[in-house]
Design a protein around this ligand. Structure first.
Ligand code: 13P
Ligand code: 13P
Ligand code: MG
Ligand code: MG
Length: 377
């Protein structure tokens, strides 16, 4: 059987209401564009927060111009609906007027894997809102390199060889492959800085096969201004030489701090939720993650199974809310508000300009000679 490609392509093309969710008419339009399309084997359209996610299977491979065009046209059609309903930020993530062969660099996020389907091919599609691609660094590290999370690394002969991590430098647009366990400490030097370095792909070291792929588009770097957070997606293969489904979900029992949340400029907990609860509210958050499971069957998407609906994640949600309370009380102070270099927008230049004459330079060599008080030397 031909290889199957799973493409998850997402964009925020307008929020309902504000940046909270996606209007049902937009979802309906997207489904209308994909239904019965000759390029696709199967598809699902879902939304996480205000982001529309197109989950598609086909035989065209990764970076297929035709599939990317289909996604682009779908988002463009959805934008028309969003404009008609005056949804918030209609067309937000479509940064170009024209499509030119590949959707990468145009705004939408893309994660794709091409696989020879195994006898059984379970995959988990992770989708987040109100955060950046580096948000996957910590869970991907735990899933593929931490034996305290993934016992399979220790006791499964098919996994004991470890995994290769492809890490992207999102500022300088470079990549490096780091092999775990040997390069584990080096890996952490980079991916511990998720605003700059993000895990793009993970490979099985025994077979060289793809194990995970994420979207690493940084909207503000493409646009040169704030247009919204990237709200990344990630695909993970499971079982039989790969981490089990439970090992993939386990890191999300700990709601780690991610960048995003209000105005893309705050640190907050990543809260695992069921699809129905993927509607950020409080301070436009807290940031959310949904995990949908599918069995691929000759390219058909059997599912989804909505994992974080399970009460086993109730305590993670509760902890996320406790952390949210704690962080919120910091108000405009770091580290709840992001560090100056990481903020998506700021009034600093204007405030600086306004106050420039009130600033007094205290450096010795720049100090204006002070007049002697009362004329006495
Ligand atoms: P497989 O080895 O069949 O993937 O199963 C492992 C498992 O189920 C651990 O949860
Ligand atoms: P999105 O990136 O989800 O559009 O959110 C933007 C924002 O500014 C939320 O406060
Ligand atoms: Mg939005
Ligand atoms: Mg969003």
């Amino acid at each position: 059987m031909a290889k199957v490609t799973l493409s998850v392509i997402k964009a925020d093309i307008g929020g309902f209401v504000g940046h909270s969710a996606v209007h049902p008419e937009v979802i309906e339009k997207a489904r209308g564009c994909l239904e019965g399309h000759p390029l696709l084997i199967d598809y699902r359209v879902v939304h996480v927060g205000d982001d529309v996610n197109l989950i598609m299977t086909h035989n065209r491979g990764r970076n297929s111009g035709e599939i990317h065009q289909l996604a682009w046209d779908t988002f463009t059609a959805c934008t028309e609906v969003a404009k008609k309903l005056k949804l918030y930020g209609a067309g937000q993530d479509l940064l170009s007027d024209a499509f030119s062969g590949n959707i990468k660099g145009l705004g939408p996020g893309v994660a794709e894997i091409e696989v020879e389907e195994r006898e059984s091919e379970p995959v988990v599609v992770l989708m987040a809102d109100k955060t950046e691609p580096g948000a996957w660094n910590l869970p991907l590290y735990k899933i593929f390199a931490d034996p305290f999370n993934t016992i399979g690394l220790v006791i499964d002969p098919k996994m004991h060889c470890g995994f290769d991590f492809e890490v992207r430098d999102l500022i300088e647009n470079k990549k490096v492959i780091l092999s775990c366990p040997e390069d584990l400490y080096d890996l952490l030097v980079f991916i511990g800085a998720p605003g700059r370095y993000a895990v793009k792909r993970v490979f099985h070291r025994g077979t060289g096969e793809i194990a995970a792929a994420s979207s690493t588009q940084r909207l503000n770097l493409i646009a040169g201004r704030y247009v919204g957070k990237d709200d990344p997606v990630c695909i993970v293969r499971c079982q039989n030489g790969y981490p089990s489904v439970g090992e993939v979900l386990e890191p999300f029992a700990f709601p780690h701090l991610v960048s995003g949340w209000m105005r893309g400029s705050h640190s907050g907990p990543l809260m695992p939720v069921a699809m129905a609860d993927a509607r950020p509210t409080r301070f436009d958050g807290p940031p959310r993650v949904v995990a949908l499971g599918f069995q691929l069957a000759n390219g058909r998407l059997v599912g989804p199974h909505d994992f974080f609906g399970d009460p086993a994640f109730d305590r993670a949600r509760k902890l996320a809310l406790t952390i949210a309370d704690y962080m919120r009380r910091m108000g405009p102070f770091e580290p709840h508000r992001l560090h100056l270099d990481e903020m998506e927008y700021t009034t600093m230049p204007q405030v600086m300009e306004k106050l420039k004459d009130r600033f007094i330079d205290l450096r010795r060599d720049k100090k204006p000679k002070e007049k002697a008080a009362g004329g006495v030397a």
